[in-house]
Design a protein around this ligand. Structure first.
Ligand SMILES: CC(=O)N[C@H]1[C@@H](OP(=O)(O)OP(=O)(O)OC[C@H]2O[C@@H](n3ccc(=O)[nH]c3=O)[C@H](O)[C@@H]2O)O[C@H](CO)[C@@H](O)[C@@H]1O
Ligand SMILES: C=C(OP(=O)(O)O)C(=O)O
Length: 422
């Protein structure tokens, strides 16, 4: 299993190019199942989750060509299998995104239930309830969701109100509704930029989706969708992670090809703490950490446009370097503080009270052997390692490879001492 060796205490300086958003590329790749024509996606990040989804699409019978590293040409004209097997779904929950498209286009799908993961129980009941409301019959058989449309019919448009905001739930139902008969209205829909990006792709494919980016999305079903070409938006969580990397090392970075507009809450929060962030243009940010201590500030994670749960762990790393007490409240996932115990091993002072982590800072972090438990927890440990004195060894970095493209190369190019060992 790969490990990262980090020698901390180096300021990061230079430019970093931000990759495409994993959480947008995944639903966009799944959307290619909705048509027999080719969907070309540019700016797909070279991360393990996208490779896993590619494999799943190929197993289903689609062809995926990559004329360039970040371009995927997906053709799902000859889908022969309608199943996402346990072995793939357990490595990547987002595999469930094939459910909506398969049912909508082929009238059937068999997808392994993802089960829980390191950050929470993560049920998919809202995806399934929504598909039922669209007319699919759903049963659970031996750990699999089996969905079909009775009598070879099509899905039927309807009104669906989510009892909780769900990102992939919104995406799954939005995709399914594009081929339904009549109009679907999704209420209390997720407003994440990745949902809007998927809607933009679907509309290019001939779908009629309005309101993505707001909490009410209307989808007028069409008979069939066609091919399209689309560029995936920049990854706002990778961007946020590098903002913290510059700050925590007291360095200065220029982040290219990002989308500051999608990071309003993160940027505001970091500015309050004392990080200097300038928007040089619509796709470039300059970030600098200052000499003295940062100021501890509380934060509560929320669905977009609030402060993202996917930045909570990285923010915690920064708070270990801030003056005072920061209360970090996680409202999205019930078990997303695994990194706290690892940071404590590096000298951080963090207590957990229910859904709130209380960080007392500043503390001097010392390099240690730590374990990554999930994607963003790994990122936060890398950040802590960059700020720590001495050597940090991070085990199980396969978690980070799920969602960060060559993070060690990007960090090394701006001055970090980080090596991957097999
Ligand atoms: C691939 C992808 O885009 N992943 C993101 C997506 O995950 P994902 O789409 O899985 O997260 P959701 O938005 O669905 O989850 C939000 C909350 O709703 C609950 N829930 C969700 C669905 C459901 O059917 N029933 C239910 O109770 C979840 O357990 C969680 O407590 O949004 C999360 C929240 O911003 C991010 O952290 C993930 O990075
Ligand atoms: C939690 C994440 O991903 P997933 O939903 O795929 O587990 C993430 O991107 O931080």
């Amino acid at each position: 299993m790969d490990k990262f060796y980090i020698q901390g205490g180096r300021e990061l300086r230079g430019q970093v190019r931000i990759s495409g958003a994993k959480n947008s590329a995944l639903p966009c790749m799944a959307a290619a199942l909705l048509t027999a024509e080719t969907v070309t996606l540019h700016n797909v990040p070279y991360v393990r989750d996208c490779m896993t989804l590619r494999r799943l699409l190929e197993d289903l019978g689609a062809t995926v060509l990559t004329p360039e590293l970040h371009t995927h040409k997906i053709n799902a004209a000859h889908v022969e299998l309608f199943e996402a097997p346990y072995d793939l779904v357990k490595t990547m929950r987002a595999s469930v995104l094939v459910l909506g498209p398969l049912v909508a286009r082929f009238g059937r799908a068999r997808v392994s239930l993802p089960g829980g993961c390191a950050i929470g129980t993560r049920p998919i009941d809202l995806h399934l309830e929504g598909l039922r409301q669209l007319g699919a019959e759903i049963s659970l058989e031996a750990g699999y969701v089996v969905a079909r449309i009775p009598n070879g019919e099509r899905l039927r448009g309807t009104e669906i109100e989510f009892s909780k905001v769900t990102v992939t739930g919104t995406e799954n139902l939005m995709m399914a509704a594009t081929l339904a008969r009549g109009k679907t209205v999704l209420r209390n829909a997720a407003r994440e930029p990745e949902v809007s990006d998927l809607a933009a792709l679907l509309n290019r494919m001939g779908a009629r989706v309005r309101g993505a980016g707001t909490s009410v999305i209307e989808i007028e079903g069409v008979e069939a969708l066609g091919g399209a070409e689309h560029r995936i938006i920049p990854d706002r969580i990778e961007t946020g992670t590098f903002l913290v990397a510059a700050a925590i090392t007291r360095g200065e970075l220029e982040l290219k090809d990002c989308c500051p507009e999608h990071l309003t809450a993160t940027i505001e929060q970091l500015r309050e703490v004392g990080v200097t962030i300038e928007e040089l243009d619509q796709s470039t940010l300059r970030v600098a950490g200052h000499e003295g201590a940062f100021i501890a500030r509380d934060v509560v994670t929320e669905p977009y446009p609030g402060f993202p749960t996917d930045m909570q762990a990285q923010y915690m790393a920064l708070m270990t370097q801030a003056e005072g007490e920061a209360r970090i409240t996680e409202t999205i996932f019930e078990n997303r503080f695994m990194h706290a115990a690892e940071m404590r091993r590096m000298g951080a002072r963090i207590e957990i009270e229910g859904r709130t982590a209380i960080v007392h800072g500043p503390t001097r972090l010392m390099g240690a052997n730590v374990q990554a438990s999930d994607l963003r927890a790994s990122a936060s440990l890398v950040l802590a390692g960059l700020a720590a004195e001495g050597e940090t060894v991070i085990d199980r970095v396969y978690h980070i490879d799920r969602g960060y493209e060559r993070i060690e190369d990007k960090l090394r190019a701006v001055g970090a001492r980080i090596e991957r060992m097999r």
